[in-house]
Design a protein around this ligand. Structure first.
Ligand SMILES: [Zn+2]
Length: 92
C-alpha cells in the first residue's frame, strides 16, 4: 500500500478513507477535524487542523461508531454526534 505509484495523478491530492482505506479525491469524502478537543464535521473542507476523511456512504459512516475505531482513531471520544450529522447529510 505504501509503495503505490500514482504518477498520473500526482497533481490531484488523494484522500484515504479512515474506515475502508479507499482512495479518491476529496469531493468523495466527509472531512472531520479536531476542534477545541472535539471532532467536528468540516462541511466546506476548509478548516485548519489535521483532517480525517470518511467515504460518503452509510457503511463507512456507521463504522465510526465501532468501539475499535473510537479507541484507536478518535482517542476514545464519542462519535455519536458526528455519525448523526453525517447520516443527516447523506439523507438530504
Ligand atoms: Zn470508506
Amino acid at each position: 500500500m505504501m509503495v503505490e505509484v500514482t504518477i498520473n495523478k500526482k497533481y490531484i491530492p488523494q484522500r484515504t478513507c479512515l474506515i475502508c482505506k479507499k482512495k479518491g479525491n476529496k469531493q468523495e469524502y466527509f472531512r472531520l477535524v479536531l476542534n477545541n478537543n472535539e471532532y467536528i464535521v468540516d462541511t466546506y473542507q476548509k478548516m485548519d487542523g489535521r483532517g480525517m476523511y470518511i467515504c460518503k456512504n452509510i457503511r463507512c459512516v456507521e463504522n465510526l461508531g465501532n468501539k475499535k475505531v473510537i479507541t484507536k482513531l478518535f482517542h476514545g471520544k464519542d462519535t455519536e454526534k458526528i455519525i448523526k450529522e453525517l447520516k443527516g447529510i447523506l439523507n438530504e
